[in-house]
Structures are given as C-alpha cells and as structure tokens.
Design a protein around this ligand. Structure first.
Ligand code: ATP
Ligand code: MG
Length: 572
C-alpha cells in the first residue's frame, strides 16, 4: 500500500478536550474523527486496527463453538416490555419512534432479540446447547461519554448468547467462553486479568469481567498476590475484622470542632488517628415515592460502596440524600452528623468495621461539635443492622483467607454472565426435554468491547512519540521511508522492490511515497505505531545498505536486503 493512495491524516497537536493518552493519540494518528459527543468515524487507518481485533475475536468465538449471526440494531419496544426492561434500563437507552408512532430503541444490548429468535426456532433439547454471537454496533446514551471510543455512545461490541437444557451445560459453555476470552486477550498481546464482577443491569448470577490493566483505568480491581482471588472493587467483600470490639475506656465528651466538617479535619484537630472516627452518610432508599432516609456509618478512612450497599433490601434504589432532604427528614447539620442524639430516628446501618469500634469520634448533631469517647451500647443503642457497605482498600484481608488485597486499575474490555433463567422465564424461552416435558432454558451472555479494546491497548502501549502497537493490532507491519523519493529513480525502484519482497513474506507494508523529509516520515511512523521501519536512500543503495529500526529501539541497524527480510521474518 502507498501512503498517497491510502490517506493518512495525522495531527501535530491533539484537540484540547482529549484528556487520556489513548484518546489524544487516536486523534493525532488520525485513527478516529469526532462527529458528535460519543460519536466517532473510524478512519481507514483506525478501521484496519478495529478489523484486526474483530478477526481475532471472531476466530476465537468460532473456535469455542459459537455461531455468528447478525441482528437488527433497531429493536421493537414490545420485546423490552416483555422482559420488563423497557422502563428499567433507564436513560442509557435511546428510544425512537417510527412513522406510525410505534416505540423502538437502538439496541444497547440484545438479550431480548436473541431470546425471541430462540423461542421461535428452538423447540427441542436436540438443538441444545446453542451459542450465537454477533459483532455489531450498539448505542448507549452514556451520561458522560468520554475518552473517545473508550466510553462512546455508539460503539462496536461482540455479544454472544448461549442456551442450555440445564445448568451443567451452561457451566461448560461459560468456562469455554472464559477460556476463549483469555485467548483473545493473549493473542492481542495485552496484559489483562479476569475478575469476579457485579452483574449490574444485565442481571443474572455468576459473572466475570476481563480487564486490561492500565493506571488510567476507570475500574479498581482488588486482587490477592498470593492466591488467585481477583474481583472488581464494586463487588469485593470487606470481611468482618478479626478483632472483637474493645472495652469502653473513655467517657463521652462533646468537643467544639468549628469548621471541621470532614473526618480528616476532625482527626487532625483532635490529634487522633483517622481510624478512630466514624462518618455518617445519609441516603434515600426504597420505592420511588416512598423513599426513606437511612443513616450509614463508616470508619473515617473508608469509602461507601454504593453498589454493594444497594443489594441490602433496606437500601434498594439507594442514592445520596441532598442537603434539603437531610434537613427535612433528620433535622441534623451536614458536617456534624452522627448516630447519637437524633431527634428523628432513622434506620442506622453500620459497616462491619464500625461495629467493632470503641471510644470513637462522631458528629454530635449539633452545629460545630463532635463527640469523643463514644461507645455502642453505653452511649447509644446498637446499630439496627451491621453490613458490608464499604469498598475494600489495599491491605485488607483477602476474602479467600489467603493473603492481603492489593488494588490495581483496569479497563473493562469484556464481561461474561450466567443469566440462568432471568430472560428465558420472562420471555417464555422453553424447549421439550427428552421425556417431552416443557422446560425453561438456561442462558449465558458474553460481551467484548471491540472498539474499546483499541483504546485500551494504546493505554498500555505508548511512549512520548506515539503508539507502540502490540504486533497483532498494528495497522501495518512495515513502513518504508524512501529518502528523496521524487528525484531519485533508483530509490523509487528499490523501495518498490522492497515493498514487494516484504509483502511476499505475508506482511502488510506501507510505502511512503509523499516525498516528505525524513523527520516528517519518521514522526508519522512513530505516532501511528507501525512496528518496523526501513529507510531506503541513494547513499545506502550505493553500498547495498538499508536502515532497519524496530519501533521502540534506539538505534537503526545497517543491513542488506536479505538480512532485513530475515529480521522481519524473525520478529513478526
Ligand atoms: P461499563 O461498566 O464500562 O459501562 P458495562 O458493564 O455497562 O460497561 P457491558 O454491558 O458489560 O458493559 O458490555 C460489554 C462490554 O462492552 C463492556 O465490557 C465494555 O468493554 C463494552 N462497553 C460498554 N459500554 C461501552 C461504551 N460506552 N463504549 C465503549 N465500549 C463499551
Ligand atoms: Mg460490564
């Protein structure tokens, strides 16, 4: 391929709104162009990378026994009403109407459509198990589209759905897909980790996410270096402290803490460890229209985990209460709130670690005051409920009891779920078993963020000059930079010959025929991240020498044509 024919559109500077390295580099390298918020065109160069990812995903899905199909992106509302998700999915779903005023959505996911296909087409156990997948455009009206294709509104997903006669068969396919996902990320050359996950809005029971590890990742992953425990922090259990609550040694004391509205500020003022303080958070929970204020208690150095907390029946639908709501329901001053001396008595839920505290510090429910030396049972009743409502932190014991947790950051690139019968029951996806009895199918679903992978790979592989693609993802393998292209027929002939010989090795070659200065050509090649560069010059040709350099290496090697080809064979 020649550059002039191909169309490169690199930029010196990234647009100001790009924050993340991958977003900047994708725009600068001209892989994508922004059309609107969360909407991107895949330019020819970017599309080559996207297709490489797609191909590897497709090969591994096929190998795992999944069968490809393609469903419509636009879906009738009736199916979502049947599953109960038309109202539940929320504002992420782009709802549209046709000319007859009928409701549709642009599919954010395809459980309903695939269930409809399977309930119509698959009636007998003989056709099970069945695993169907597609690679297709999804739309989710993300509240904050950002980081380019990392969190876009329109994006490419591989989604697979499996159907089974029983749970054992689901387990088998789930494991096969787990393995296939691992192979995909290994082949892509990415550092990744599968972790136990929260099934979220898709639902179901067992679920794992696959994360590409990167410091810029939006997700925090808790893992144990001395065992194979790994879970999204959204889910990771903070196990009850091994210690019993200590005896009360101090008497309760009300101290002025004017202007000190955080545990950190109070601990500093009172010269006490942050771990001795208790913070109160008020949330609203319960059915819409009948929400109640609930007070949650956490140790000062811990953070509330809203996802874990929302699983407690009393905290269903939880959201943080506003200042007005706190005033209205509890009549306590924000910044000085605590579980003691409350005029109105809300439900009080204490984190497991708070339950073991004694002689602690908390808000006095009086403006500008805190209490010290507070003790459960003596100064206030025991909490209504003790539960795991905080996020784990580094150093917490691993829930498997085999060491201490560490925290790493990751980008979620895949997510697999055992849906069991959540959708098949709601939508009547049944089959006749061997004895002719009607049964509901077991179901699994498996997603890969194909377009997000491209950005995630860059987050893991770049330097100050640009992208350093893993071999399997590079848009081209080899870049030929001819010097003085226009004026030298020898250079033209040699560059073309080199192009053909490299192509004959089965490698993808880009020949820069723009007649640019070497600096410009090199900067583009390094920005785009093509792994191998070969310089052809008149001076070199006179002594049969080409200059070969691999992306990321500091020095070019002076080699003859055969040696260059040998090097490429070895390294690609
Ligand atoms: P996230 O937690 O990042 O919002 P999700 O859990 O909602 O993702 P899933 O429903 O599990 O996403 O979708 C499967 C995969 O699709 C995700 O693992 C992710 O890689 C990808 N994906 C989801 N939302 C987006 C998006 N807005 N832009 C790009 N890729 C996405
Ligand atoms: Mg997910």
């Amino acid at each position: 391929m020649r550059v002039k024919q191909f169309f490169l559109s690199t930029l010196k500077e990234a647009p100001a709104e790009a924050e993340l390295a991958s977003h900047k580099l994708m725009l600068r390298a001209g892989l994508i162009k922004k059309l609107g918020s969360g909407l991107y065109t895949w330019m020819p160069l970017g599309l080559r990378v996207l297709r490489k990812v797609e191909n590897i995903v497709r090969e591994e899905m096929d190998r795992a026994g999944a069968i490809e199909l393609l469903m419509p992106a636009v879906q009738p509302a009736e199916l979502w009403q049947e599953s109960g998700r038309w109202g539940l999915f929320g504002p992420q779903m782009l709802k549209i109407k046709d000319r007859h005023d009928r409701d549709f959505c642009f599919g954010p996911t395809h459980e309903e459509v695939i269930s409809d296909i399977v309930r119509r087409e698959v009636k007998s156990y003989r056709l099970l198990p069945l695993n169907l997948y597609q690679i297709q455009t999804k739309f989710r009206d993300e509240i904050r589209p950002r980081f380019g294709v990392m969190r876009a509104r329109e994006f490419v997903m591989k989604d697979a759905y499996s159907f089974h006669a029983d749970k054992a068969s689901l387990d088998q396919t789930y494991q096969a897909m787990h393995d296939a996902y691992s192979r995909v990320f290994e082949r892509l050359g990415l550092k990744f980790r599968p972790v136990a996950a929260d099934p979220g809005a898709i639902g179901g029971t067992c679920s794992h996410e696959f994360h590409v590890l990167a410091d810029s990742g939006e997700d925090a992953i808790a893992y144990c270096p001395t065992s194979d425990y790994a879970a999204n922090v959204e889910l990771a259990e903070a196990i009850a402290p091994g210690v019993k609550r200590g005896a009360a040694l101090q008497s309760i004391n009300k101290v002025p803490t004017p202007g000190k509205k955080t545990c950190e500020a109070v601990a500093e003022l009172l010269k006490l460890p942050l771990q001795n303080t208790v913070k109160a958070i008020v949330v609203m929970a319960g059915k819409v229209g009948d929400e109640k204020a609930v007070m949650l208690l956490l140790r000062g150095d811990h953070e509330l985990n809203e996802i874990k907390a929302a699983k407690i029946p009393e905290l269903r639908g939880l959201r943080l209460a506003s200042g007005e709501e706190i005033q209205k329901h509890l009549m306590v001053p924000v910044g000085y709130m605590g579980p003691i001396a409350l005029a109105k008595k809300p439900l009080i839920i204490a984190d497991r670690s708070v339950d073991t505290m004694s002689d602690f510090v908390c808000g006095a429910n009086d403006y500008g005051y805190h209490l010290t030396g507070v003790n459960w049972g003596r100064d206030l009743p025991e909490p209504n409920l003790v539960a795991d409502i905080r996020s784990v932190v580094a150093g917490d014991p691993s829930p498997d009891g085999k060491g201490e947790l560490q925290i790493a950051r990751g980008i979620e690139v895949g997510h697999i779920f055992q849906l069991r019968t959540k959708y098949s029951k709601a939508m009547g996806v049944t089959f006749l078993d061997e004895s002719g009895k009607s049964k509901v199918m077991e179901m699994g679903c498996y997603g890969i963020g194909v377009s997000r992978i491209v950005a995630a790979a860059i987050e893991q592989n770049y330097d100050e000059r640009g992208i350093k693609w893993p071999r399997a993802m590079a848009p081209f393998d080899v870049y030929i930079a001819p010097i003085g292209y226009k004026k030298s027929p020898e250079v033209q002939v040699a560059a073309q010959k080199l192009h053909d010989e490299v192509a004959a090795l089965g490698l993808e070659v880009l020949l820069d025929d723009r007649d640019e200065r070497p600096g410009v050509m090199f900067a583009d090649q390094e920005l785009i991240g093509i792994p191998h560069r070969i310089v052809v010059s008149e001076r070199g040709l006179k002594v049969n020498i080409l200059e070969y350099q691999q992306r990321g290496e500091y020095e070019a090697l002076k080699l003859d044509l055969q040696s260059v080809l040998e090097k490429l064979k070895l390294r690609s």
